[in-house]
Design a protein around this ligand. Structure first.
Ligand code: S3P
Length: 171
């Protein structure tokens, strides 16, 4: 039985992309919690926030994430706020190998393209660089509780995957 590998970190850092690549390399299943929530609810995260609010979403996120964490042998991309929840975090820390994909806010800001009207991330709707910086600064101490921090600044996705695999294979 192999422990799950968990990716956490800010919106836009590439958790889902990296998790998918890792899963291919390790020949394991990849699960994206946000995708599963959208599948289960038959609607988008954005719509869930609009219709039912953030607290409702956080409850769904907690329920779905804890359900997924019962599995073994999988690679999981968490939603950006999931690790902030103490119950989810404690479960992850007790049972999985976790990686914080970290990236400078200036870089995240470029990738998230906040002025784009098609922004799918409800927390960033009509928000700017300073808002993103605030979220990052509030969360970074908590993300830092993950087992490993990967500084993704200036790294290509293949290099990020290699770093994670290198850590994992030397455990
Ligand atoms: C959130 C991140 C999103 C999604 C929701 C809230 C957050 O996931 O769960 O919009 O609080 O950081 P991604 O990190 O995959 O964008």
């Amino acid at each position: 039985m192999k422990k799950n590998l968990i990716l956490t970190g800010m919106m836009g850092v590439g958790k889902s992309t990296i998790a998918r690549l890792l899963a291919t390399k390790l020949d394991r299943k990849f699960l994206d919690v946000d995708n599963l929530i959208e599948k289960n609810e038959k609607t988008s995260i954005k719509k869930i926030f609009e219709t039912n609010g953030e607290d409702f979403f956080r409850n769904l996120e907690k329920k779905t994430t804890l359900q997924i964490l019962k599995k073994n042998n999988v690679i999981i991309a968490l939603g950006g706020g999931a690790f902030i929840n103490q119950v989810i975090r404690n479960k992850v820390l007790a049972t999985c190998i976790s990686f914080w994909l970290d990236m400078k806010v200036t870089e995240l800001n470029k990738r998230l393209n906040l002025t784009n009207k098609a922004n799918k991330r409800p927390l960033l709707l009509k928000k700017n660089y300073n808002d993103l910086d605030k979220i990052y600064n509030k969360r970074k101490k908590i993300y830092n509780l993950a087992n490993f921090r990967i500084n993704c600044d200036k790294l290509k996705k293949e290099e990020i995957v290699r770093k994670i695999l290198n850590i994992y294979e030397n455990l």
